[in-house]
Ligand binder design. Sequence first.
Ligand code: NZQ
Ligand code: ZN
Length: 385
Amino acid sequence: MLNFSFQNTTKIHFGEGQISAITKAIPQDANVLVIYGGGSIKSNGVYQQVTTALADHNWFEFSGIEPNPNYDTLMKSLEIIKEQKIDFLLAVGGGSVVDGVKFIAAAAKFEGQDPWDIVAKHAPIADALPIGAVLTLPATGSESNIGSVITRDGNKLSFGHPLVRPQFAVLDPAVTLSLSDRQISNGVVDAFVHIMEQYLTYDVNGKVQDRFSEGLLQTLVEEGPKALVAETNQDLDVRANIMWSATMALNGLIGAGVPQDWATHMIGHELTASHGIDHARTLSIVLPAIMKVRRTQKHTKLVQFAERVWGITNGTDEQKIDQAIAATEDFFTQMQVPVRLSQVDIEAPFIDTLVNALEKHGMTTLGEHGDIDLTESRKILTAAL
Ligand code: NZQ
Ligand code: ZN
């Protein structure tokens, strides 16, 4: 196992009705800015629950954060933050809202020239406004991690800092019942791939991390499809297990002390930036291709993945790997997400553009060994056609 320091300070309020916990979780004398997206919270009762919980607080609101949060939109919030002396940010929404609020929290206190430097140059963050989150879409883990992904002019880039980790997060599985099948699928697949990015690397004898990861993967494989079929799609236990898996997938626990990959995400971000494809749907296309192209480097863990996650015990190692890749693709297909670039109308000639974008964004040493260069990324994208 590798050395690590681990701390996750986000207090989780989990379960039905827990939005009421924000009354006590946010300081009584705070000037709160409630920040949300396109309005789903107004039609599913979440906005009502939040405003009820904040009845005795001084609060304002800022809305319109779009999926893949846009820099220009986020910057508009700084005006009201200054005017109203806001000193607490409450994100109410999915990963895009939480990520956007993380950027706002850092930008509001940024002392450099250009807040975009926080993302583009990873400029030092010395201070940030405190954040709370009411999560409405289980997927990214953003509600209790330090990461954020921001888009500007076709560039989708990430930053991270402990100062933007939410102080608390409310996870009420009931609020996920209003999600469309597409967003539920996206969430399950995003969480699945987060686990794979931290699990499917090389063996460092991190038994705790491996067993946690395998348990989370199996939970998503078991519960994900249930959220899409009529008999079980209203089942709150199904939603609860998906929601908690997605948070655990990217709260730092399973990634501590083990190598991490993240090439699927970095290549996937270029597909979202160029074609607007939903984040998870880029991952379901890229991950199987990475498993194929990187099967030698990932051999040991691929066999372990086959045996322990899918119960594939017959055949040679190579046959087990083939079956595990097929099982992963079948699961993605069952979750109604694409597994090939052709399914999202991207053809071979566009690969040049994607490779150039990876180069422009400095994505030239990806993967757990840092050896996925542009030639290797081209192979991966070609395998995904
Ligand atoms: O904007 P509203 O109206 O709220 O609608 C949203 C949005 O259209 C809707 N939605 C959310 N909760 C709902 C709901 N609709 C009905 N009922 C509910 N309860 O869902 C749509 C998608 O929301 P979004 O927040 O974009 O989805 P997601 O949570 O998948 O977040 C994706 C973003 O997170 C980034 C992605 O790159 C992408 O920008 N990621 C962030 C990570 C992190 N911070 O650690 C890691 C991830 O790998 C990922 O990169
Ligand atoms: Zn992701």
